[in-house]
Write a protein that binds this ligand. Structure first.
Ligand code: C2E
Ligand code: MG
Ligand code: MG
Length: 611
């Protein structure tokens, strides 16, 4: 039933009464009021009437033969279709009317006979209005329920969509997190995740004294060469293969991480001694020492490993890692393809190195360097033939620092360019000044050391040209000392540079000869003037009275290649005598003089020393 029906259609009233008179009177009143009235004389007729059309209201007489009004009412209330239709009982005054019974049977009101018309109408109207309202409420309820239902359904659908959205977001989040915490090439944990794990281990070790752990820091040796020569694709393939091999050397409890580049870190848990960590390092080293058969190449790759013990006294996981890193660098400087266990002394050294680097930068700006000169003696005459310029660093607090203590760091930091250029320039200026002094023999030469690093700078020759031009020096009086490593590469670029220097009349000397690996065939193809025999061979010569070690052979090589031999580190008259007997051309060493300050050089020459 819709709202319109509810209010507009004629209300249908069913009167159930066995007395025809009553029926007539009642129906007349109601019809006059605009109701549709139907009549039934008993239950049977009433039932038929209801089955045809359901009335809006029933007026029910109590006193009826066979089935009385109470029973009719009960039956109407029992039948689902009629149970909502309001029933008003109608009773004669003289009837024994039981109101309680009437309400219990389901009646909603009662009217007594003889009828007051007004009363009948009001009660009928009331009940019909009540029923209408109830039906409307029911209708609204149903409507509401329907709406709630669709709303609920909509909500459920939205919820479902939301859940899908949420789970896909969650998936994405874990994926992102995974990316953020893992290395994309190898799939291994990255530095961030590793440090988290390390922090957990450190915290656990602080609480549980039985828990012990160690950190390994691994860096591949000369990995850059593979990358540079075979390409990054091969480099990547190699890194993946390396990570697999390392993983195979570990237990499932250990954590392997890649820190980017060719660096890996390993957290070893459940170990009881540093020896166990060393065993793992050994195992890794062995696994890595076998050839890597990549898709197109076979490559050999070693690694240097630093080990630090997970002492609970560490404040931060980063410190542990730093120490393993320091130990790794130590392993590298000790010759690579090995492991090194960190000891606290190394940390001190690392800090010192850092300070040195800082100071060195400042030293370049402030030009804190000075040059000492060590005489070189022509052994045949015993007279001074030249000097070697040797740099020192006048450190503001640490005093005089020797080149072996800062040149390697300067090379590492790229500071060797400004330093060595300054030395070159200063020595040339000095020589120019000396040459203007009558006390200074005009045939004296000065040797300048050139770091191997300088030869990777293609401007080297023009820098030197510039210095010659500025200082007006004649290169004929200058010897350039280079180490074997420079010519070891046998590269055309280096050959060209040396050739150009040679054209400018510089003399070229191989310094520390015998300590490198120069091949004699290479030596031959370079425009060299002298070989400077390293002091370690001169030293052995003295201990080895009978065969004199390799020195005679080195002098022989020099002469056979048309070069002069210079012996370095001559400290005793015996060494001098031996070298003279071997026809060594020149000598240098404490026996003659230690390196001296430039102010003392003229004075020194003035004494006309002779050995
Ligand atoms: P080097 O070129 O082989 O220089 C010879 C080193 O041996 C000098 O050490 C010198 O003082 C030392 N020496 C000389 N006679 C004796 C001796 O009788 N006994 C002993 N035990 N040692 C002796 P220094 O001055 O400490 O220099 C060390 C190294 O630093 C040099 O070795 C050279 O490679 C490098 N160096 C020095 N000055 C310069 C420079 O101006 N530029 C560059 N790039 N390197 C330099
Ligand atoms: Mg030298
Ligand atoms: Mg030397």
């Amino acid at each position: 039933m819709n709202d319109a029906n509810l209010h507009t259609h004629k209300k249908d009233i069913l009167i159930i009464d066995d007395t025809a008179d009553n029926l007539r009177v009642l129906s007349a009143i109601l019809i006059r009021e605009g109701y549709n009235v139907r009549k039934a004389l008993n239950w049977q007729m009433a039932l038929t009437a209801c089955k045809t059309v359901l009335p809006d209201l029933i007026l029910l007489d109590i006193m009826m033969p066979e089935i009385d009004g109470y029973e009719v009412c009960r039956r109407l209330k029992d039948w689902e279709k009629t149970q909502d239709i309001p029933v008003i009982f109608v009773s004669a005054l003289d009837d024994v009317f039981d109101k309680v019974k009437a309400f219990q049977a389901g009646g909603v009101d009662y009217i007594t006979k003889p009828f007051e018309f007004e009363e009948v109408l009001v009660r009928v109207q009331n009940q019909i209005a009540l029923r209408d309202t109830r039906l409307e409420i029911l209708h609204l309820n149903a409507e509401l329920e329907k709406r709630v239902k669709t709303r609920t359904q909509e909500l459920e659908e939205t919820l479902y969509k939301l859940q899908i959205e949420m789970s896909s977001r969650r998936e994405l989040q874990t994926k992102l997190l995974d990316i953020a915490l893992h290395d994309s090439l190898t799939g291994l944990p990255n530095r961030v995740l590793f440090i988290r794990q390390l922090e957990k281990s450190l915290n656990r070790a602080k609480q549980d004294c039985n828990y012990q752990f160690a950190v390994l820091f691994l860096d591949c040796d000369r990995f850059k060469i593979v990358n540079d020569s075979l390409g990054h694709f091969v480099g990547d393939e190699l890194l993946v293969a390396i990570s697999r091999r390392i993983q195979l050397s570990l237990s499932p409890f250990d954590t392997l991480a890649r820190f980017g580049g060719d660096e890996f870190a390993i957290l070893l848990e459940n170990i009881t001694s540093i020896e166990m960590a060393i065993d793992v390092a050994d195992r890794i080293k062995q696994k890595l020492s076998l050839a890597f058969k990549l898709s197109r190449y076979e490559v050999f790759m070693n690694a240097s490993i630093g080990i630090s013990w997970g002492s609970p006294s560490y404040d931060k996981p980063e410190y542990l890692l730093r120490d393993a890193d320091t130990a790794m660098y130590r392993a590298k400087s000790l010759g690579r393809a090995r492991y090194h266990v960190f000891d606290p002394d190394m940390h001190k050294k690392a800090i010192e190195l850092l300070e040195l680097e800082n100071d060195l930068r400042r030293a370049v700006e402030r030009q804190e360097f000075i040059i000492y000169y060590q005489p070189i003696v022509l052994l045949k005459t015993g007279k001074i033939a030249g000097f070697e310029a040797l740099v020192r660093w006048q450190h503001p607090t640490r005093g005089l620092i020797l080149p072996t203590d800062f040149i390697p760091a300067a090379e590492e930091m790229g500071l060797i360019y400004p330093i060595n250029t300054w030395i070159f320039q200063t020595v040339c200026q000095q020589l120019y000044t000396w040459q203007r002094n009558t006390k200074f023999p005009q045939d004296i030469t000065i040797s300048i050391n050139l770091s191997a690093r300088l030869f990777s700078n293609h401007n080297l020759v023009s820098i030197i040209d510039n210095i010659i031009y500025q200082t007006k020096i004649n290169p004929d009086h200058i010897e350039l000392e280079i180490t074997e490593s420079v010519i070891m590469e046998n590269s055309d670029a280096v050959k060209n540079i040396l050739q150009e220097l040679k054209q400018r009349k510089f003399k070229l000397v191989i310094d520390d000869f015998g300590t490198g690996y120069s091949s004699l065939s290479y030596l031959h193809s370079f425009p060299l003037n002298s070989l400077k025999i390293d002091k370690s061979f001169v030293k052995i010569m003295q201990e080895n009275q009978e065969n004199m070690g390799l020195v005679p052979a080195m002098i022989g090589i020099s002469h056979s290649m048309g070069m002069r031999a210079i012996a370095e580190g001559i400290e005793t008259p015996e060494q001098l005598a031996q070298l003279r007997s071997l026809n060594c051309d020149l000598g240098q060493g404490y026996l003659f003089s230690k390196p001296i300050k430039p102010e003392l050089v003229l004075e020194f020459l003035d004494t006309k020393p002779k050995w």
